[in-house]
Design a protein around this ligand. Structure first.
Ligand code: CUA
Length: 326
């Protein structure tokens, strides 16, 4: 899988000369980073400058010149120990304060469950009954993420928010943020998790309050209202991450291409065949390990409980619309 072109251009486009800063935690992290950078630059110039001046001023001028016998200077030693000590305590205090703040989500946060799996992210809003593979949030409201993985260790990374935390199987990790500007921000996976690691991307959409309410009222844009079943299925196909593993142009990815697949008779791992009909598609979405076609690994996650009845129907209608075997 090519990671180079895609991911790098993605990062470059997202960053510009400086990383965009789009959350309250990003402001804190940047402010402390700049404080440390300026402090370090100041002392670098002070120490190296003094060193150069002294090297010139006190250099040996004649071959026989003896080095002066210098004793300690208590005042100077106390000063050069005390000033750095105070500065380090300031850095620690600021870092600790910000760390604690970033570790504890505010009580009024919007709660979102994040699921990482090979190789996409999905988001569930337990209080709203919405599933999405885009993280959509309102501006200036704290959002708490409760994250877990369906398979291996992933890492949820949002550079614009200065957020990164591992996402583990069998355990929840928690993170929160307060976006302070609207826009679309990239999510990366920052833990090598297999061949699709570099395409394990996602987006956070930060909307105005009004836009966010509209999104919630539309069921996260997943109600399919006013759309044909095929169009709705096509939208779900992208949003639910199906397209990560299944192409619709005949090329082989992690899973079989779904173009011209309907009506085929496929050989199964473990022997036997199956006709690709409505029921087989349904079974493969809900219980993907049941009948795996020869040449593929049983790696697809189940969508049982994630898709509503009409969403499952729409996906099947979309796959059917990709055509039968000629
Ligand atoms: Cu998931 Cu890398």
């Amino acid at each position: 899988m090519s990671w180079s072109g895609h991911t790098l251009s993605h990062i470059a486009a997202a960053s510009g000369p400086w990383l965009p800063s789009a959350s309250t935690s990003a402001e804190r992290v940047d402010s402390l980073l700049w404080f440390i950078t300026v402090l370090s630059a100041f002392f670098f110039v002070l120490v190296v400058g003094t060193m150069v001046v002294f090297a010139v001023k006190y250099r040996r001028r004649t071959p026989g010149q003896k080095t002066a016998n210098i004793h300690g200077n208590r005042t100077v030693e106390i000063v050069w120990a005390a000033i750095p000590a105070v500065l380090l305590v300031i850095i620690f205090a600021r870092g600790f304060h910000d760390y604690m703040d970033m570790a504890v989500p505010p009580g009024d946060s919007i709660e979102v469950r994040v699921t990482g799996q090979k190789w996409f992210w999905s988001f569930t809003y337990p209080k709203l009954g919405i599933n999405s593979n885009e993280l959509v949030v309102p501006v200036d409201r704290p959002v708490k993420l409760t994250m877990s993985s369906m398979d291996v260790i992933h890492s949820f990374y949002v550079p614009a928010f200065r957020l990164k935390r591992d996402v583990l199987p069998n355990r929840y990790t928690v993170m929160w943020f307060n976006p302070n500007q609207t826009g679309t921000f990239d999510i990366f996976c920052a833990e090598y998790c297999g061949t699709g690691h570099s395409v394990m991307l996602g987006q956070i959409k930060v909307l105005s309050d009004v836009e966010y309410r509209k999104w919630v009222d539309s069921g996260g844009g997943m109600s399919g209202e006013g759309m044909s079943s095929v169009d709705f299925g096509k939208q779900l196909f992208t949003r639910q991450g199906c397209a990560t593993c299944h192409s619709v142009d005949g090329s082989k990815k992690t899973g079989p291409s779904l173009v011209g697949r309907f009506g085929n008779v496929e050989s199964l791992i473990g022997g036997g065949t199956v006709t690709v009909d409505d029921n087989y598609l349904r079974e493969s979405i809900m219980n993907p390990g049941a009948k795996v076609v020869v040449g593929y690994e049983p790696v697809m996650p189940t969508y049982a409980g994630k898709l509503k009845e009409e969403q499952t129907n729409a996906l099947i209608d979309y796959i059917k619309s990709l055509g039968a075997k000629p």
